[in-house]
Every structure is written in structure tokens, then in C-alpha cells.
Design a protein around this ligand. Structure first.
Ligand code: ZN
Length: 269
């Protein structure tokens, strides 16, 4: 995600998150919440395709690495759609230009995806790191093309209320796409684990993915593949929320209307 252990991102996120970024919550606060693992399991039974939206390289591994490897093992095709190369995660300096960092982070994403769901396509939309909200319409158009009619498709994206502007824009774009097709939407929190008080989380809409030991270890390896984002000092605490054997996704449980079915029923009666 490129905005935790990294000083530049802390500053930017504090500005973007406003008063919300006041608290610092440790994983224990979350795991002790009575709703921690109470949500229904995110069903993959009707899923014929998993499309994963990542705002930055590493969002996918942190937020849904376990879901991705679980889906892959179940034979479900996985597509990863990356919005930015995350080239602004470090301030540029002489030894590492933005271009070099972008190149490195794209390679890290490829390595992570090869661990989670080997051979799965990665589509890079090439939005500038810093301007996803400005190109949201283009992201919607590109995503719509990938998702198509959405039949049998589970689209997962960063939670649109996560509190980071690019995560939020990615989530909004995904929600706009699923509003116009048959795809299911599930949104994964990233910054929420640090910035929100556990009592403020949308527990009533949270589904869970329980990870077996294999899935958890594969997820952790994928997180480590994003080595440019791992710094000494502080990142242990930052990464801790992602080292648990469960993933949480926000799902709007609104009944999907079936107009054609209703029409047939009406004609028959
Ligand atoms: Zn991110």
C-alpha cells in the first residue's frame, strides 16, 4: 500500500485522513472486538472469476492475499487490476528516481501474484500515483471493460471509506462498475485497521475469509515480495494487522433485482 512505515506517506495520509487519523489501534484492539470473526464467510461457490483491484502494488497482498490464493487453489481464474505503480511511496532522490521505483514496484507485484495465483494476468492501468481521483471515470471505463456483464464475477477493491484518497477512489470506481452489471462487490480495508476505532467499523456488513495455514503463509510471502515497502523499524507494527489468519471485506448485502425473472412470473400468473 505504500503508506504505513514510510514517513512521506504518513505525512500525506495524516493530511488526507484529517481527524480520523487521530488514533493508533493495535491488532489486539481489533481481535478482542466481539464482532471480529462473526461475519459470514465470503462465499466463493458461485464465483467463476475473481477480479482484484489494487490502488498500489501491495494492496492486493495485504488486503486479500489469502482470498486470492484460496480462489486460485479452488480453480477460480484471477485477474489483478493495478491502478498506480506506487511511484510516490518514497521521496525521489539521486539513487532512486520515480521511474526506477515504479519499475521495481511493478516487478514486486508480478512476483507477489506469481506466489498467490501463478500465471494470473496483471492489468496495469497506469494512473499517476497522486491522481487516481482525477481519472476515476477512466478507471470505471477500463474496469467495466474487464468485468464485462459481470456474470459469475467477484470484484474486490479497496474499501471506498478506507481513508486514503486512492483506496477510496478505487473503491468508488469498483462500486460504480458493479452497480451497472451482475458482478458482486466486496471491499477490503487497509488503513482502517490503524485509523478507525474498532467500534466504528462497519461490522454489520463485514464478511470474512478464514485462511488455512498454507493460505496464510502464501499471503505472508506475497507481502514480503513487496520488499521496497518493507523498512526496518516500525513496519512490524504496521504490518501486524495483516498477519492474522482471517481477512475482512465489506459487502453491501442488498438483494439483486431480477427483473427478467419477475417478468416471467408476472406473465405466468
Ligand atoms: Zn495502498
Amino acid at each position: 500500500m505504500g503508506h504505513g512505515a514510510l514517513p512521506g506517506h504518513n505525512v500525506r495520509h495524516a493530511a488526507a485522513g484529517g481527524s480520523r487519523a487521530k488514533g493508533r489501534h493495535v491488532p489486539q484492539d481489533w481481535q478482542e472486538h466481539p464482532s471480529w470473526e462473526q461475519g459470514p464467510e465470503l462465499a466463493l461457490t458461485d464465483c467463476e472469476r475473481l477480479v482484484v483491484v489494487s490502488a498500489h502494488p501491495d494492496d492486493e497482498s495485504l488486503g486479500v492475499g489469502g482470498l486470492v490464493t484460496t480462489a486460485d487453489r479452488a480453480g477460480i481464474p484471477v485477474y489483478v487490476v493495478l491502478l498506480t505503480a506506487g511511484e510516490s511511496s518514497h521521496p525521489p532522490h539521486e539513487t532512486c528516481s520515480r521511474h526506477a521505483l515504479a519499475t521495481r514496484r511493478l516487478a514486486e507485484l508480478d512476483a507477489a501474484v506469481d506466489l498467490l495465483a501463478p500465471g494470473s494476468p496483471v492489468v496495469f492501468l497506469g494512473a499517476p500515483d497522486g491522481g487516481v481521483a482525477d481519472v476515476e471515470d477512466e478507471v470505471v471505463a477500463a474496469l467495466s471493460e474487464i468485468v464485462g456483464d459481470g456474470q459469475g464475477t467477484l470484484l474486490v477493491a479497496p474499501w471506498r471509506h478506507d481513508g486514503h484518497p486512492y483506496h477510496d477512489a478505487a473503491g468508488r470506481a469498483a462500486a460504480r462498475v458493479t452497480a451497472g452489471c451482475a458482478a458482486r462487490l466486496a471491499e477490503y480495508p487497509l488503513l482502517m485497521w490503524r485509523t478507525l476505532d474498532p467500534v466504528e467499523a462497519p461490522w454489520d456488513r463485514m464478511s470474512v475469509v478464514r485462511l488455512d495455514e498454507d493460505a496464510l503463509q502464501t499471503k505472508l510471502a506475497a507481502i514480503r515480495a513487496h520488499s521496497s515497502q518493507i523498512r526496518t523499524g516500525g513496519e512490524g507494527q504496521w504490518l501486524a494487522p495483516f498477519h492474522v489468519p482471517v481477512e475482512h471485506l465489506v459487502v453491501d448485502r442488498v438483494a439483486v433485482p431480477r427483473p427478467r425473472l419477475e417478468l416471467r412470473v408476472a406473465q405466468a400468473s
